[in-house]
Design a protein around this ligand. Structure first.
Ligand code: FES
Length: 174
């Protein structure tokens, strides 16, 4: 009886130690799995919006995806429809088209054709205007707009600021 209760005590003690060890191992493993702070920060890209030339498409990169940045000329802004203006990212007095540069049909990268005031996707002939709206199918929707936050004259890609949230709430972007 004495021996069996001693065995029981030893068994419980061993179990408790093993349990603590297992939890400790899990915590250590989780720390290994968690991305480093620098990797988390790598999800953000900061763009200086003062450097873009008017009327020229610049392709940036964010999370491995091409990001189209097109600073619109005053003439482009003046002739936009209301739905096109609603897609503009406005930094200071400047209007930009900001979009993930992948065709919403099957993901090809469309080419900017200034003479046609838009983009042509060579894969299946889809077209987009300079606001990113579809002007010729098969793309099922406009270019997607990446999450962005305006901070003065810089844009932080990967962070959803109020302007982006308003676009998302109104169904302009995914
Ligand atoms: Fe662009 Fe099909 S992938 S039209």
């Amino acid at each position: 009886m004495h021996n069996s209760s001693r065995r029981g005590f030893m068994g419980k003690a061993f179990g408790a130690v093993a349990g603590v060890g297992a939890v400790g191992s899990l915590i250590a493993m989780k720390k290994t799995w968690d991305p480093l702070p620098s990797v988390k920060a790598a999800g953000f890209t900061t763009l200086d919006m003062t450097i873009y030339p008017e009327g020229e498409l610049v392709t940036e990169k964010w999370r491995g995806k091409p990001i189209f940045v097109l600073k619109k000329t005053a003439a482009m802004v003046a002739k936009q429809t209301e739905s096109q203006k609603a897609r503009d990212v406005v930094v200071g007095d400047s209007h930009f088209m900001l979009a993930i540069g992948l065709c919403t049909h099957l993901g090809c990268i469309p080419a900017y054709i200034p003479a046609e005031e838009g983009f042509l996707c060579a894969c299946h002939g889809g077209k987009f205007n300079w606001a990113g709206e579809v002007t010729k199918v098969p793309p099922p929707r406009a270019f997607d707009i990446p999450p962005f936050k305006i901070e003065g004259t810089t844009l932080v890609l990967g962070e959803a600021g109020p302007e982006y949230k308003a676009m998302k709430d109104s169904g302009i972007t995914l």
